[in-house]
Design a protein around this ligand. Sequence first.
Ligand code: GUN
Ligand code: FE
Length: 425
Amino acid sequence: MKIYRANLVFTPSCDAFCMLPRGYVVVNDAGVIEGVYEQLPAQWSAVPVEDFGDKLLIPAFNDLHIHAPQYRNLGLALDLELLPWLNTYTFPEEAKFCDLQYAKRIYRRFVHELWMQGTMRSAVFATAHTEATLLLADLFIEAGLGAYIGLVGMNRNSPDNLRNTTDQLIQGIRDLKTHLDRHGKQGLVQPIVTPRFVPSCTPDMLAALGKIAHELNLPVQSHLSENKNEVAWVKQLEPDSTCYGDVYDRHGLFGQQPTLMAHCCYSEGEELELIKRNHITVVHCPMSNSNLASGIAPIRHFMNDGVHVALGTDVSGGHNMSMLRAMQYAIQVSKVHYGNSQGKIPFLTSCEVFYLATKAGGAFFGKVGSFEPGYEFDALLIDDTYLNYDHYTLQQRIERYIYLGDDRDIRRRFCRGQELCEPKM
Ligand code: GUN
Ligand code: FE
């Protein structure tokens, strides 16, 4: 049993921060929270308390959409929109991951930075290369970080050196699962079925992915309705589909297993109904949507409509690995949307984006992302002393941290109760 004392801030719902000034969190030996308290109950009085003083203790961040092999392009190559951006900058960079030495060098830095930014869980796209993807999974395990890792399916409209055949892909997914099963069913790193997006995958490949997701009981992630030219292209490629999401749905890749769909900037009407009916998690990636001039998803409208939403950086469409920046962008683009919609679509608040970055995203990993009994203890200890030079309330401190904080403020990182030390780079 471990007991930590600090200013606890978390969001059981998106409506308000829950704040326990100088509160206690009791964590059992499995890394699961027994309870949070203002006063420590007598039953725990024999357990030593680790007191973090006036620092903030918050749930760690969960990035529900990120591309590991795009790490080297961070902050680069943002002068084109999606389809030419993929062909000009992104596919050539991902093709390099056939070289295991290169993959190791970049993936080490990538995993190190997730740790640094306090992102304890992520849903990751690797590449079409099986060996490099196994290596990425090993680096996550070594670091103690949680992740869903996706070997990326691509067999059309992409360069030859970045394709896999359906057979190679299915064998690769089996290999990845076998590899990760050695760490047990409850391991922090798990496989996820990952068709890149409809333009990259033939119907045969999509059908095989739907089948294996069902057979191995794996979740699914992909991209959906990110860019207008992309949506038009999908309509041309799959003229019989009723909408972009329908193409995934027909192949068992749209909520038949737990499913993440990144972007959804142009999901409306029938597609939005399908998203709701099939309990898809929409992953909002506001940094990427701004950088690639994609457009803005009406997130507050989706949330009002009962859609489950989480937050992602979409590195390297997003230019920064920090979920704080993703939160800040989410608020700011929602305010642009509010202004442009004559106030019809409400904007997001600090506590709503905090909820998206912690509890809403964490839900994909189980009971993760909050300080409630039964939740896995994923946490960050934040020293905001330099921001907190005057009499700020806890609520003001967390709001300032979202806008002004960065990785340098993180003092300790915990994932499923384990404190994580700095991974090798
Ligand atoms: N759609 C297909 N592939 C990608 C990618 O790598 N990044 C983004 N933002 N959208 C995609
Ligand atoms: Fe993406």
